[in-house]
Design a protein around this ligand. Structure first.
Ligand code: 13P
Length: 280
């Protein structure tokens, strides 16, 4: 089964009133768990990794080969996406390895520099018939604080101009989520999301899905979010399963420790897929 463009899968999900989960990949075990979940839920899925994560696996080409192997083994519809690339080199190496979507994250820069870098990445992706993602506004980490401060939230009035100038195929928005654990109560600016969705015609992405209350995620999906990034929640499930296996399983057969971890990733991923289909 060939990999799909990420935007095509997102548009199809949205037609069904759903969003797709985009799950972080850091080794072959969690790629397998994500693929198992997608097969069990009969769902499309997005595999994604940052340069740090795919380099852990030996490079973008290593991740691409592993993902393609499990996509074929489990016969699932999937996209492979570069998450938070920070250089044009990241974009090029992922496209050369067969990724079907790339994000060059220039969201820390001011509007014009963000436009210039995102436009370059989007053009490279388009040459390879891949989709692209850029971020307007900035989704920080939970510890950074101020996820709802004016300085980081996406300005709805800028969104359409950003998409027009960059020609990106998907847009990540900052509406109050954070990467990693929240400090304090998560609050989403759904009013902003509604305005952004009304002004752009590309599907929207929400970073920092972990720990965000389910009802807020489902409201965001109804208002236009078509992809939700999940890392921390599946990583926590993986680590908790390994902790739980210690003392019960013998270290002289190390592989056994990881069997519950793969299942835990599959279970958590399946839960998210159902949540994003608004089934639970
Ligand atoms: P979480 O770790 O909060 O799920 O965020 C993941 C993410 O947005 C990756 O880009």
């Amino acid at each position: 089964m060939p990999l799909y463009r990420m935007d095509d899968l997102m548009i199809a999900a949205r037609k069904n009133g759903a969003a797709l989960g985009a799950f972080e990949c850091w080794d072959s075990l969690n790629v397998r768990g994500i693929a198992m979940a997608a097969a069990r839920c009969n769902s499309a899925v997005i595999f994604q990794a940052t340069p740090l994560e795919y380099n852990l696996m030996g490079g973008a080409d290593a991740l691409a080969d592993i993902v393609k192997f499990y996509v074929n083994k489990y016969n699932i519809a999937a996209a492979l996406h570069l998450d938070h690339g920070s250089t044009i080199e990241h974009v090029k190496e992922c496209l050369a390895s067969g990724f079907t979507s790339v994000m060059l994250d220039a969201s820390v820069y001011e509007f014009d520099k963000n436009v210039a870098l995102s436009r370059e990445a989007a053009a490279l992706a388009a040459e390879c018939n891949a989709s692209s993602e850029a971020e307007l506004g900035h989704v920080g980490g939970g510890g950074d604080g101020g996820a709802n401060s004016e300085s980081v939230l996406t300005v709805p009035e800028e969104a359409a101009e950003f998409v027009r100038q960059t020609k990106v195929s998907t847009l990540a928005v900052a509406i109050g989520t954070v990467h990693g654990d929240y400090v304090g109560k998560p609050e989403l600016r759904l009013d902003r999301l509604e305005k952004i969705a009304a002004s752009v015609d590309v599907p929207l992405v929400l970073h920092g899905g972990s720990g965000t209350p389910k009802d807020l995620l489902q409201k965001a999906i109804k208002l236009g979010i078509a992809k939700i990034n999940i890392c921390t929640d599946i990583n926590k499930a993986f680590l908790a399963a390994i902790d739980g296996a210690k003392g019960k399983l013998t270290p002289s057969v190390p592989g056994t420790f990881y069997i519950p971890a793969v299942e835990a990733v599959a279970d958590k991923t399946a839960e998210m897929i159902k949540l994003f289909r608004c089934e639970i």
